[in-house]
Ligand binder design. Structure first.
Ligand code: SF4
Length: 251
């Protein structure tokens, strides 16, 4: 049972080290990835006693705040989102990401969206209005069973790839964030992504403490070694080169 609260945020467009700004319409995430780095610090930061994945604060005043903040803020790329999935199921009802995107499009801010949810397709009409936008799906494995275990609330892998195809076919820049690398056949994943994304970014698991118990339970401990990450990355880079797909290994 997820505890859902409607809250009034104090700020919504915040400085980020990865892009110029990050925008999180929710605190908490229903996708509940076992490896989520946010579970390491967000409970403390948000003052929640429930485990990560068991609470979501809905920042119902996000559009109203953003409308004020974009007037004063220097133009820069906005990342949706850094510590939640902007298209988690609650977004269907609250439409906060949708409203914020619309404000950013009007204000001329470039946007980088990263999600694991096909609900993003609902907002293609707004996404198409941007002059500068990149849309990415996180894909950690081509194995649906492993994905369900580690990303229980995410859209199925095949549906995420199909969504990328739809978005890419509208002339919008797309990317796949392949990380953290989970067990699976990396060649199959790259083969499925070729022609559907403009680039692939690959990362290892940098916060192993969140999944080490589950890995042990599932007999997957060898997938948590430096050697595993190096080998998977090498296979991805080789397959991507074969298909002419730009690929960046981030570790
Ligand atoms: S979708 Fe992102 S923020 Fe949400 S639980 Fe997964 S890794 Fe964490």
């Amino acid at each position: 049972m997820i505890k859902i609260r409607e809250v009034q945020a104090k700020s919504i467009l915040n400085k980020s080290k990865i892009h110029d700004y990050c925008l999180n319409p929710y605190t908490g995430c229903q996708v509940n990835c076992r490896y989520c780095y946010a579970r390491l610090f967000m409970r403390r930061y948000s003052g929640h006693s429930e485990p990560w994945g068991a609470f979501v604060d809905v920042k119902v005043n996000a559009p109203e705040l953003l409308r004020k903040q974009v007037v004063r803020a220097k133009k820069g790329t906005v990342w949706l989102s850094s510590v939640c999935d902007p298209y988690q199921p609650l977004e269907e009802k609250y439409r906060l990401t949708r409203q914020c995107l619309s404000i950013l499009a009007e204000a001329g801010f470039p946007v980088n969206i990263q999600t694991k949810m096909t609900l993003i397709l609902r907002d293609l009409d707004i996404i198409e209005r941007f002059e500068e936008i990149e849309v990415g799906m996180t894909l950690t494995t081509d194995d649906e069973r492993i994905a369900r275990m580690f990303e229980p609330g995410a859209s199925p892998v095949g549906e995420r790839i199909a969504a990328l195809e739809t978005i890419h076919s509208r002339g919008i820049r797309t990317f796949a964030f392949v990380g953290p690398l989970l067990p699976g056949g990396p060649e199959g994943l790259i083969c499925a992504l070729a022609g559907r994304v403009d680039k692939v970014l690959v990362d290892r698991m940098n916060y192993l403490e969140t999944v080490i118990g589950l890995y042990r339970e599932l007999g997957l401990s060898e997938a948590a070694t430096d050697q595993f990450f190096r080998e998977q990355a090498r296979r991805i880079a080789r397959e991507a080169a074969k298909r002419g797909l730009p690929c960046e290994i981030l570790f």
